[in-house]
Design a protein around this ligand. Structure first.
Ligand SMILES: Nc1ncnc2c1ncn2[C@@H]1O[C@H](COP(=O)(O)OP(=O)(O)O)[C@@H](O)[C@H]1O
Ligand SMILES: [Mg+2]
Length: 241
């Protein structure tokens, strides 16, 4: 594997499992690769799980104190914001710090708020500035039903937004549409969805009652993400391109 490969976990609706998927995916991939997991969401779900007290942007803009980054073996976790900052740093300012954090990382996973906001946009620009290119393997997370309809109606929006943010983008691809929280017959549900999105890779994750009520960092049942992990492996071993 030669260059760094980025994956971004997106959705159009909150509460569909982005942070859960980002967390387990990062844990799994860090068994093989040096992984950076970037929390770009104001709720700071991932950062809090790893005991991070603040965000890099709060440190730059507001002089906040506390940890915003941590290393656990091959997994590095970075929290960008933990509360609304008084101002946003410039792209150059962020890129200066970010390039140090990105050094030696083989896989970068970003966990996002629903849609794309200012922080997600700034991170994307900062990455471009720090690395000299930016690409995106997007995972779109949805639950079946109304969230799915919304996702299918807006599938192209995020790619368009990302392309507008940077002068040049190496590529933007929808790596997979992830249908999370499936109850009942998974293959039947997925077959029906595949008919609606020809050409898009669709993977499913079952609904786990424990996961909903106990929080994803405390459960003993690891969600079955085997299909998703094989999509990631394919892209990573192919060098991302
Ligand atoms: N497959 C699943 N089955 C049951 N509960 C899930 C599943 N995936 C995620 N959850 C739960 O749903 C809630 C929202 O998940 P979260 O990852 O925070 O969503 P998002 O980041 O998209 O807002 C959490 O309580 C999480 O534990
Ligand atoms: Mg989240």
């Amino acid at each position: 594997m030669s260059k760094q490969v980025r994956f971004s976990i997106f959705s159009f609706k909150g509460g569909v499992g982005k942070s859960t998927i980002a967390y387990f995916l990062a844990r799994n991939l860090s068994e093989k690769y040096r992984v950076l997991l970037v929390d770009r969401d104001y709720t700071n779900t991932i950062g809090k799980i790893f005991g991070l007290e603040t965000g890099l942007i709060n440190v730059i803009s507001d002089g906040a104190e506390g940890r915003f980054i941590t290393d656990e073996g091959n997994l590095r976790v970075l929290s960008l914001v933990s509360y609304f900052p008084s101002s946003l740093p410039s792209v150059k300012e962020l890129a200066g710090v970010y390039s140090e954090i990105l050094k030696g990382m083989e896989v970068v996973i970003t966990d996002n708020p629903p849609g794309i906001d200012d922080i997600a946009g700034l991170e994307f620009k900062g990455y471009y500035e720090a690395v000299g290119e930016v690409h995106c393997n997007g995972f779109y997370v949805t639950a079946p039903g109304i969230a799915l309809d919304l996702t299918l109606n807006h599938l192209g929006d995020i790619g368009r937004t990302m392309r507008n943010l940077v002068p040049r983008i190496t590529y933007f691809r929808t790596a997979a549409l992830i249908i999370n929280m499936i109850r009942g017959n998974i293959s039947e549900v997925l077959d029906n969805i595949r008919l609606r999105v020809p050409g898009v890779r669709v993977v499913g994750i079952p609904f786990y009652r424990d996961l909903l009520f106990q929080g994803f960092n405390r459960i003993s049942t690891i969600p079955d993400m085997s299909e998703l992990i094989s999509v990631v492996e394919e892209i990573v071993t192919g060098g991302g391109g």
